[in-house]
Design a protein. Structure first.
Length: 66
């Protein structure tokens, strides 16, 4: 398993089923930053993985995402 696959796997494992009616998975902003730090990745990489897997970023530390 290469670095990108490990990172994607970690994001998918961290994402929780959301409270939305469609059951879309979500990842908090703090969790996204922690994953980036732990895996020595750029936060944009976490964002791309979330976009590719329809994972919603929630509880944004800047207030950008609800």
């Amino acid at each position: 398993m290469d670095r990108n696959e490990k990172l994607a796997d970690a994001v998918l494992k961290s994402a929780q089923s959301g409270q939305e009616p469609d059951g879309r998975k979500q990842l908090t902003c703090a969790e996204a930053f922690e994953l980036a730090r732990k895996h020595k990745a750029k936060i944009i990489e976490i964002g791309r993985i979330c976009n590719q897997n329809n994972i919603r970023i929630c509880k944004c530390q800047l207030g950008c995402f609800a």
